[in-house]
Write a protein that binds this ligand. Structure first.
Ligand SMILES: [Zn+2]
Length: 178
């Protein structure tokens, strides 16, 4: 993955640039306090460093909660092949940034750290979002309400959405009366 360079150096403290607020999308969200130029490194995604085994355990518990109609919020971020970050502990404002199917930010890995970077110019007051990059598995448990014109309806990584479309088309075909 390529590292992006900040267009404003040095970066300002994140709390000067963004704030937490009630989201249109889901629960809490993060909003721009000021206009943010494309390429600006907004904040590092921080959290408790956990092993893949622990991460899987937490994800299974989460999916179980969702199946029972409970809260599906997760702050787990894939760090590398061995570890993940869980923003629930030791996290910062970045954990409240929502997924969007048409995001204005991206998450880049730079020297073993994850940074949230403006993908395009962001207006003051705009809600920040990035593509959570979820795989196709368990797609039905992660509905998306991002409101983007191109919303896939579920939180699935952009490069996996064709599989989602395929699955939904197949479901629609079999539901149609003969
Ligand atoms: Zn969406």
């Amino acid at each position: 993955m390529t590292a992006s360079r900040s267009s404003l150096e040095p970066p300002l403290p994140p709390s000067w640039v963004i704030r937490r607020g009630r989201s249109r999308i889901h629960g809490s969200g993060v909003y721009a306090r000021v206009a943010i130029p494309a390429g600006y490194v907004i904040i590092e995604y921080r959290g408790e460093r956990i092993t893949k085994a622990e991460s899987r355990r937490r994800e299974i518990a989460r999916l179980e909660r969702v199946r029972r109609g409970g809260d599906g919020t997760t702050y787990i971020f894939r760090l590398n092949a061995r570890h993940d970050l869980d923003g629930r502990r030791g996290g910062n404002l970045s954990r409240y940034i929502n997924h969007s199917c048409d995001p204005n930010c991206r998450a880049d890995k730079i020297r073993g750290h994850i940074f949230i970077i403006a993908e395009r110019d962001i207006a003051r007051g705009e809600e920040l979002s990035f593509d959570y990059g979820y795989g196709f598995r368990h797609w039905e448990l992660n509905p998306c309400r991002c409101g983007a014109a191109a919303c896939a309806g579920f939180i699935v990584a952009a490069d996996q959405r064709w599989r989602l479309l395929q699955a939904r088309a197949k479901a629609a075909r079999s539901a149609r009366p003969r």
